[in-house]
Design a protein around this ligand. Structure first.
Ligand SMILES: *Cc1c(COP(=O)(O)O)cnc(C)c1O
Length: 378
């Protein structure tokens, strides 16, 4: 049986093997592993790619979110508005600062925070809005920035899934005060371990994050405040520097695959294909459909060797860790419906069209079978 993974890093490594091996070997033989030339050059290259003045390389996307909020002096007593339909790190970072996450339901079309619901959630304690560009599709940044300006709020973009995505011709990570990126191996720009970064146009904020990533000190052994140890490794920076110049091409390959999926599913009843806002460029970190009897469809695909994932099965307001927020179940109906219906299909730049055709045929069959005989399989 052919098995088709939802993601594979192997093909990309093979394609760049010579350059990557050389980059790694040169770090190892230099003996310089922390905050060297690869990190500073990667910061320069990433800032140029996003179109901002500064980037600061960190050891994860989670730390990027946490240190962005810390740099904006967000802490106990403050509220940060975000989406309940995202990876846990988005709200975890808010809680880590001592601030309080305030969830706002999603737009069912884009899966991102619904801009029309944000203002009702603003209170005198609100300090920031933290939109997530889920699956690689930009949040409604024009509306979000307008609301933020009106109420004097900061904006921290969670760009973990959306490197290279743009709206109105501008790349995400350059709209808000700070953009937060992850280079977790499965992301559109993937390292060989944990890595992340922030982007900003403010030299003050960049300097603050630089200090916070190294125990709160900008001079060795002099600590102005309490920070963390969150530097990107030279080895990871060296790998990322090989791949960054190709990210646009990787994203374009994802885009073509997404169009191919959507064309194939357009006439099939019961499959909701992802939509792209007219002013946005989606980078398809995930190709995510909506499908009724999702778990049944997923099980049928698994039997055929096709790996799919559910991002995310439980919205954040229902996570046990957030029980202290005392939010009702059904408080965010669109997020809860999405959590029941979404299914992400195999998607990575090197996915071959014959593999994709196999996924398409299998999914058509699974949806039909789930329709007619769901009781057999559930
Ligand atoms: C991956 C991800 C993160 C966390 O990034 P790490 O590098 O794994 O810490 C945060 N937010 C979203 C939306 C993500 O997908």
């Amino acid at each position: 049986m052919t098995t088709i993974p939802i993601f594979s890093a192997r093909e990309q490594y093979i394609a760049f093997r010579r350059e990557i091996d050389q980059a790694i070997a040169s770090v190892v033989s230099s003996g310089h592993f922390i905050l060297g030339l690869n990190v500073s050059e990667f910061e320069r290259e990433l800032a140029a790619f996003i179109g901002v003045m500064h980037a600061v390389a960190l050891n994860s996307g989670t730390d990027a979110l946490y240190l962005a909020l810390r740099a904006l002096d967000i802490g106990p007593g403050d509220e940060v508005i975000t989406t309940p339909f995202t990876f846990f790190a988005s709200s975890e970072a808010i809680v880590q600062t001592g601030a309080h996450p305030v969830f706002v339901d999603i737009d069912p079309v884009t899966f991102n925070i619904s801009p029309s619901l944000i203002e009702a959630a603003v209170t005198s304690r609100t300090k920031a809005i933290l939109p997530v560009h889920l699956y690689g599709h930009p949040s409604a940044m024009h509306e979000i920035m307008t609301i933020a300006r009106r109420h004097g709020l900061h904006v921290v973009e969670d760009c973990a899934q959306a490197i290279g995505a743009s709206q109105a011709g501008r790349r995400v990570g350059g709209f808000g005060d700070i953009g937060c990126f992850s280079f977790f191996p499965t992301k559109n720009l993937g390292a060989f371990g944990d890595a992340g970064a922030i982007t900003t146009n403010s030299s003050a904020l960049a300097g603050r994050v630089r200090a916070l990533r190294a125990h709160g000190g900008s001079t060795k052994y002099l600590h102005g405040e309490f920070g963390v140890n969150s530097r990107m490794d030279e080895l990871q920076a060296a790998v990322l520097r090989v791949k960054l110049p190709h990210v646009e091409r990787f994203n374009a390959a994802r885009y073509l695959l997404a169009q191919r999926y959507s064309r194939a599913f357009s006439r099939i009843e019961g499959i909701g294909t992802p939509l792209e806002s007219p002013d946005s460029q989606h980078v398809f970190h995930q190709y995510t459909i909506r499908v009724p009897r999702r778990d049944d469809v997923r099980a049928r695909l698994a039997v055929l060797g096709i790996q799919t994932m559910v991002y995310y099965p439980l919205p954040l307001h229902l996570q046990p860790a957030h029980a202290g927020l005392c939010l009702r179940s059904e408080a965010f109906p669109e997020a809860e419906t999405a959590a029941r219906e979404v299914l992400s299909l195999p998607m990575y730049p090197e996915l071959r069209t014959d593999q994709q055709d196999h996924v398409i045929e299998a999914l058509k069959g699974a949806v039909e079978a789930a329709d007619t005989q769901s009781e057999v399989f559930v």
